[in-house]
Design a binder for this molecule. Structure first.
Ligand SMILES: [Zn+2]
Length: 499
């Protein structure tokens, strides 16, 4: 069995998806869940890019101790020093630095000679090495680079002390065949790659081949995969962590193993969806809503007779429980607390009180309260607990054919602001009223509503993308009332712009 290192970059590459804006506390919550999931390395951010990123990386470095805590930096002295400042508290710190490797990027973007590029490699790795033993180097756009030049870059990085060489398919142009060959050639050229020096791959999904490419790389000598939860990332995203982990878990003939605790997969995927506002497509492998749904009569008949007729993964294997305990309106504080501890959720006392209050309110309207309901409540309480802006009141009036009129009361640090507005529809009137209350000019660019559970009494979950001063911000909100959920989601998006 070959042990594969799982390097999660949801907080770095994943966060580069347009409109995602996570607070340092959100990022810490994600890092803690990634720790429970059993990933080996967490790439926590790009500290020089913003003070918020720096703060998030240092927060995680000081609080999450088992996995390697990695920070990204360009090949610039200042970047590398700042990356080190951000991770220096970590028990297992790593600096990840990169230099463009392909002719296209070197000539058209970097505008340097090969000799100058090689100098950058030596400088970056040796500078990082001054701070920390564990240094990862990536020749960016490696799959379009001149092969001999790529070998020179890698040789130099290793000579200067790189402990990990990462081969990125930055633009997602490789096929499994060509990528596998490349990895094989690299191991032939540097036999200690995949052994004394970790050989990593970072695949993008522009042609839908990211997971296949990562798998083939592992079969040809790589021993680290960079990936993200739900396949988030630049453009079409990265190799999905849940896919590579479940391929390895499901197919023992591959003779690969990871440290991933697969029953944590489903929960991790939902957390990322809730905090990023990026929902998962229904037919997505492993974590899509339909991944375990059998709709054709023949398939249903088979699964009822024996689940292995059409099911290659048992839902429990990724943490989808089948015998769920259900709460109802007679459940008290004690039952609610028990339920939370079964979900491994622990809340500070004031958050618990608020979560219980919301649970009772929901239980008055909804017969069965499920895991998804409780998770939505807890998520809402945790998000609003750290927010400056709150929705205090919302009233919507107007009959069909009239322009709806919305009145809102929004508070900022306890100070209330009232406003009202008309709109073509209810949601646009809500947005206009919140704009008036906060004196901001936000415009909805995308709006999505889904139900948290089945049935007409389900809570609504709304994701709203809002354009403010040419930048997009995402907010999400849940409530039994779809218009209130919309107002919360909109307010959350614009308050990120105001922050
Ligand atoms: Zn990337």
């Amino acid at each position: 069995m070959k042990r594969v290192q799982i390097f999660d970059t949801t907080l770095r590459d994943g966060e580069q998806s347009p409109g995602i804006s996570l607070t340092p506390k959100n990022k810490l919550e994600i890092a803690r869940q990634l720790d429970r999931l059993g990933v080996d390395v967490i790439e926590t951010g790009f500290p020089i890019s913003s003070s918020g990123d720096f703060e998030a990386v240092s927060l995680i470095a000081s609080k999450v101790s088992r996995p390697v805590i990695c920070a990204l930096s360009r090949a610039k002295e200042e970047d590398i020093d700042v990356a080190w400042q951000a991770i220096k508290e970590a028990a297992n710190p790593r600096i990840h630095t990169f230099v463009m490797a392909s002719d296209i990027q070197i000539k058209k973007q970097l505008n340097k000679s090969y000799a100058e590029v090689l100098e950058m490699v030596s400088m970056a790795v040796s500078r990082a090495k001054r701070h920390v033993w564990d240094v990862e180097f990536s020749p960016m756009d490696a799959t379009r680079a001149n092969f001999d030049f790529l070998l020179e870059m890698i040789g130099l990085a290793i000579k200067n002390g790189a402990t990990v060489i990462n081969i990125p398919d930055t633009v997602g142009i490789s096929t499994p065949d060509s990528f596998g060959q490349l990895i094989k050639y690299l191991v032939e050229a540097f036999p200690w790659l995949g052994d004394k020096v970790t050989l990593s791959v970072h695949c993008h999904n522009d042609l839908g081949m990211a997971t296949a490419n990562a798998l083939v790389a592992l079969q040809n000598g790589a021993n680290q995969v960079e990936c993200t939860i739900n396949g988030l990332g630049e453009r079409a995203g990265n190799t999905a962590l849940e896919e590579i982990a479940m391929i390895i878990d499901t197919l023992p003939d591959l003779a690969l193993e990871t440290n991933v605790k697969t029953p944590e997969i489903s929960k991790t995927s939902r957390l990322i969806t809730n905090l990023t506002g990026y929902s998962v497509q229904h037919n997505k492998a492993i974590v899509g809503r339909n991944a375990f749904a059998h709709s054709s009569g023949i398939h249903q008949d088979g699964v009822l007779k024996s689940s292995d007729t059409y099911e290659i993964i048992k839902p429990e294997r990724i943490g989808l429980k089948t015998n769920k305990l259900v709460l109802g309106k007679t459940s008290g504080k004690h039952a609610f607390k028990e339920y939370l501890s079964e979900l491994e959720i622990s809340l500070p006392e004031e958050y618990f009180k608020e979560a219980f209050r919301r649970f009772k309110k929901l239980a008055d309207k909804k017969a069965e309260i499920t895991e998804a309901d409780v998770e939505a409540i807890v998520n809402e309480v945790c998000l609003s607990g750290e927010e400056v802006y709150h929705l205090v009141d919302l009233s919507v009036c107007g009959k069909d054919g009239d322009m709806p009129i919305v009145n809102v009361v929004v508070s900022k640090n306890g100070e209330k602001k009232k406003a009202s507005a008309e709109g073509k529809g209810h949601v646009s009137a809500i947005a206009a009223a919140i704009n008036n209350a906060l004196q901001i000019n936000g415009q909805i660019t995308d709006y999505e509503v889904k139900s948290i559970t089945e049935g007409s009494d389900s809570q609504a979950y709304v994701i709203c993308k809002v354009l403010v001063n040419e930048k997009t911000y995402t907010g999400s909100g849940s409530d039994e009332d779809v218009l209130k959920a919309s107002a919360i989601a909109y307010l959350r998006a614009v308050s990120r712009a105001l922050a």
